[in-house]
Ligand binder design. Sequence first.
Ligand SMILES: Nc1ncnc2c1ncn2[C@@H]1O[C@H](COP(=O)(O)OP(=O)(O)O)[C@@H](O)[C@H]1O
Ligand SMILES: [Mg+2]
Length: 331
Amino acid sequence: MTVHIKTDKLVKTYPKPGGGTLFAVNEVSLEVYAGEVFAYVGPNGAGKTTTIKVLLGLTHPTSGTAEILGGSIRDREIRRQIGFLPEDHNYFSYLTVETVLDFYARLFGLSGSARKNTIGYCLDMAGLLDRRKTKVKHLSKGLQQRVGLAQALINDPAVLMLDEPASGLDPLGQDDLRKLIMHLKDQGKTIFLNTHDLADVERIADRVGIIDNGILKAVESISEITGTQEGVVVKAEPIREADHLKPIRAIATKVETDEEYTYIELQDEGMVALILPLLKKADSRLVNVEQKRTRLEDFFKGTVTSRGDSWVGPLPGRKPVKGDPPEGDQG
Ligand SMILES: Nc1ncnc2c1ncn2[C@@H]1O[C@H](COP(=O)(O)OP(=O)(O)O)[C@@H](O)[C@H]1O
Ligand SMILES: [Mg+2]
């Protein structure tokens, strides 16, 4: 597999305001393959944007290396093949959508009909054809985000770096964004996607890297995490008496009870019929039967130890510790 993005023991530190050193990125080694959608996920302040910034040469690494397309971002030929949607990009808001794109097209040396066609194509891709004459500042946040996307596509990049592209988009806008990303993937582009949104990750990413407090905790393929496994899980009202549990255990591959439910794992759906009379005996009502699978969210909760934000929710019982991102840091 061709590697398009590679970091090796990448470290980026910042001095902490009160003294000491903050490891924004801490020995991150990762590889992103040509043509894949790689989701880079973690709580606010985890180090996602910093990683992108180092890869794009916007800030120097403290140690370690970062490569794109097998070389350095300082190489002009490589830079030409990168598209970037930054986290905040409300620059040029007083210009029209078309003028902004025209600026970037000129920056990449496009002229004449090539420039005109490219701008038209990018407007179309981002769903902005009818807004070309509108000033950016008059667009909704979601549409401004699309201008950023159109801008990132202007050089027909082989590698796209998207930093929280779904931020500010309503559900419909998010849906459009997913379709656009899938379309770009179909064109063979490599997409590095910083995101909070687990639904996005589950639907469009091939692999996910989880970063937490600067440390890359896991890199996994989505299908391996969420792929359905053999068997079903019967959820029922809690059963606690050993006498009732015993015959269930004899049939099930696993039985677990928490405060609300008993979960009974069975090798196949056909065995549910054997469980039903046992539930009845135990005076426990069946809640549902589901295909056995790992939810991406559970995988995250199991991987991320630092204070989560909205997508994971504050992890219960965990007190802030030294090295946590500052309160209210929105990354
Ligand atoms: N220029 C900077 N100076 C000092 N600290 C920074 C700077 N940029 C980022 N940080 C800190 O580095 C950590 C990682 O930030 P960032 O990469 O923006 O996280 P994310 O994008 O995952 O939310 C955070 O604790 C952040 O406050
Ligand atoms: Mg960020």
